[in-house]
Design a protein around this ligand. Structure first.
Ligand code: GTP
Ligand code: NA
Ligand code: MG
Length: 280
């Protein structure tokens, strides 16, 4: 893409951290809805993808992860979707095994990290212990003269959430993220499943271009023609541009998380590429 075709796009922010440290609750508090309560046993079964707008008007795209597994599998499949990692560490539990793994993934992906020290409402919260333990894993917060920002938050009381959003928006500004919205769409599958009523459904994060109703595409070993697009609020939309997560209907089969979606010109082309990949 030529420089003049590039336009600003929202950051894609991935929430990572140890199990039960409050990733979904934090995102939930940010969105002021209630995803956690609706989850089976409070365990995240899939990746959620949502967009929010901050009070100052910045748009941020968030990806929730069930631990680190999905992120790893997506990276190993070549889909680099994250611009900023939010490392959630519980102030009572402090650094745990999946915290350390999340740090390793963020470093390998070479994306900036912001630490959200969560559950600061708890009587036994010890945020200073978190900062000290992070030091042992070469995550050096500003207080220790490092360049990693940490913010004390609580998903329950809402403490620090505005500061967290501000920090993300500021970091995004520094990154100067851009994409060309006026080209054939390209995106990455965040999750996909076979829906009883709707057939195969994929949640796709658009990375370049704009995906439109009627577009013909190939995604991994599958192909399709966009029958409907559904946004993160469950509303049908006509198109989705860069950094927008959207449910895509009209697939011939169910792709895998991390598969790349590309819009092509004809059905024949899409079928041919998908078949070639399936037999490669
Ligand atoms: P997984 O997706 O299963 O890895 O968990 P998660 O990191 O998404 O954590 P989740 O949001 O499911 O929260 C786990 C538990 O911690 C729930 O019982 C939440 O109510 C609780 N919790 C989350 N954030 C806070 C907080 O800020 N303060 C307190 N007191 N409890 C919290
Ligand atoms: Na949980
Ligand atoms: Mg969760």
């Amino acid at each position: 893409d030529k420089e003049e075709d590039l336009k600003s796009r929202p950051p894609v922010v991935t929430i990572m951290g140890h199990v039960d440290h409050g990733k979904t609750s934090l995102l939930d508090a940010i969105r002021k809805t209630s995803v956690t309560t609706g989850e089976a046993g409070g365990i995240t079964q899939h990746i959620g993808a949502y967009q929010v707008a901050t009070e100052s008007g910045a748009v941020l795209s968030f990806l929730d992860t069930p631990g680190h597994a999905a992120f790893t599998s997506m990276r190993s499949r070549g889909a680099q979707v994250t611009d900023i990692v939010i490392l959630v560490v519980s102030a009572d539990d402090s650094v745990m095994p999946q915290t350390i793994e999340a740090i390793a993934h963020a470093k390998a992906a070479e994306v900036p990290m912001i630490v959200a020290i969560n559950k600061c409402d708890k009587p036994d919260a010890d945020p200073q212990k978190v900062r000290t333990e992070l030091l042992q894993h070469e995550v050096i917060v500003e207080e220790f003269s490092g360049d990693v920002q940490d913010i004390e938050v609580s998903a329950i009381t809402g403490q620090g959430l505005d500061d967290l959003l501000e920090a993300i928006a500021l970091q995004a500004e520094i990154l100067e993220l851009k994409a060309n919205p006026d080209r054939a769409a390209e995106g990455a599958v965040i999750e996909a499943q076979l829906d009883v009523g709707r057939g195969p459904v994929a949640t796709v994060l658009i990375q370049k271009g704009t995906l439109k109703r009627g577009d013909i595409f190939v995604v991994g070993e599958q192909w399709g023609k966009v029958r409907a697009l559904v946004n993160d609020k469950g509303e049908r939309v006509d198109e989705a541009g860069p950094s927008v997560p959207v449910e895509v209907l009209g697939l011939n089969g169910t792709p895998e998380a991390g598969d790349v979606l590309n819009v092509v010109d004809t059905d024949a082309q899409a079928r041919e590429i998908a078949e070639y990949r399936a037999h490669a």
